[in-house]
Design a protein around this ligand. Structure first.
Ligand SMILES: [Zn+2]
Length: 435
């Protein structure tokens, strides 16, 4: 087999993947992930793996492959990345989002951050290791999924329901939205590793009243009823709830930044975190934001019903409290139903896998400090957690201090520095040695 250098190869893999259109608008109308899946499968087959392409629907393709480790009696590790990306408006971008251009030392394009960068890093590392005959210490399962950006019904959720056996023996996983650096000063960087995710509750609220003429007395006006409920929900101040991930994050960062930590006033500490405050602030409490309103069709007609949508997010361990509170805020005359509902997850920031991540970072960046954090959104990890897998967001990237990386998820001008990709490959390689 010809020699493969992952650090050299990762950039080309990332550019190739960006150029394959796999946008996912959420209505199953797009190009699908088939072309990207075929590309990935070919790259894996070239180094002797036997990847399976699994289609959940026409062109909605997933790729799963298993690498035999030195000790297959140990539990396996899952490495997962999604192949779809969110849509874009090309006119807003400096470089075309499907170009994969390299400008100013960065690879540009939709997916450069979320998450064709990590897909490319996984591919590059695995290819070099297999070409060199370096097996991981335990079995590693690779999953490249469809449809993460729309809830995973054609991707991870479907795999977890229909193809469980592909993940036999997997106890741990690493995936997206974590492992990137946030600079403290010249010498030190925090690497935020995702150890928890908030749960999701998108809800449709319906108030039903008595329809009638707008000139008449009407004490059962659905619009009034709904508006009051929406107002109560939108203005409610959810109490701060300290989860173990947030506590560990605050303890560690306060220590490093030499901030005074008052766990009874966590918001004060978070406010001092600068750009991190935006990411961390929403993980101190449940939230429920009204997002859509719909009622009526004429100024002098009181409609029978009025509808609103609310985006609810609950912390791990606080789902019951979330819905109890929400039902009180709704009042007796407004009902709710789910548009989308998924679990919250959390795992402890301890054990050999966490050490392997922290050690691999430290070996490549002596100023690295790995800290856990809670993601306010969701990833494929929710689906894989249903198979009993504990997971982390760990797509390691050492980033320039002035790059607003978290702001580029689903944003315009998504780009990832070439040097960061090369760094990530080195870290992942060490991590796989130590996993
Ligand atoms: Zn993503």
């Amino acid at each position: 087999m010809t020699a493969i250098n992952a650090e050299d190869e990762v950039v080309g893999l990332c550019r190739d993947l960006i150029r394959i259109d796999s946008t996912n608008a959420g209505d199953n109308s797009g190009p699908g992930e088939r072309a990207a899946a075929e590309y990935v499968a070919e790259k894996l087959a070239e180094v002797g793996l036997e990847p399976k392409i699994l289609e959940s629907d026409s062109r909605r393709a997933n790729v799963v492959a298993r690498i035999a480790g030195e000790d297959s009696s140990r539990d396996a590790l899952l490495l997962h990345g999604h192949l779809d990306v969110v849509p874009f408006n090309a006119a807003d971008w400096t470089q075309h989002p499907l170009s994969g251009e390299i400008v100013d030392g960065c690879v540009w394009g939709r997916g450069a951050v979320d998450m064709k960068n990590m897909d490319a890093m996984i591919l590059a590392v695995v290819r070099q290791r297999l070409a060199e005959g370096r097996r991981p210490p335990r079995d590693v399962v690779l999953a490249f999924t469809a449809d993460e950006e729309a809830g995973g019904n054609y991707g991870a959720q479907w795999l977890a329901d229909e193809h469980k056996s592909l993940f036999d023996g997997c106890s741990e996983a690493i995936g997206e939205v974590g492992g990137f650096s946030v600079s403290i000063d010249e010498a030190r960087r925090l690497y935020l590793i995702e150890a928890a995710e908030k749960g999701i509750a998108w809800m449709r609220l319906t108030a039903t009243g008595r329809a009638g003429h707008g000139s008449m007395l009407n004490a059962e006006n659905a619009v009034t009823e709904l508006a009051e409920a929406v107002g109560r929900i939108g203005r409610y101040e959810w109490p701060v709830r300290m989860t173990r991930t947030v506590r560990t994050f605050l303890e560690e960062t306060s220590r490093v930044l030499e901030l005074e930590l008052d766990l009874d006033d966590a918001e004060k500490t978070v406010a001092k975190l600068g750009p991190l405050a935006r990411m961390i602030g929403a993980t101190l409490r449940n939230t429920a934001n009204p997002t859509m309103l719909e009622a009526g069709y004429k100024a002098n007609v009181i409609p029978q019903t009025a509808i609103a949508h609310v985006d609810g997010r609950f912390l791990p361990g606080y789902e019951d409290e979330f819905f109890e509170t929400l039902d009180e805020l709704l009042g007796p005359n407004v009902t709710r139903e789910f548009v989308y509902h998924d679990i919250a997850i959390e795992t402890g920031f301890d054990g050999p896998l966490v050490r392997a991540m922290a050690d691999a970072l430290l070996a490549e960046d002596p100023g690295a400090l790995a800290v856990p954090y809670t993601l306010s959104g969701g990833t494929d990890l929710k689906a894989f957690s249903r198979l009993g897998i504990r997971g982390f967001g760990f797509a390691p990237l050492r980033l320039p201090a002035d790059l607003d990386f978290s702001g580029m998820f689903h944003g315009i001008d998504e780009r990832v520095p070439v040097d960061s990709l090369r760094f990530g490959v080195r870290v992942l390689d060490r991590f796989l040695d130590g996993c």
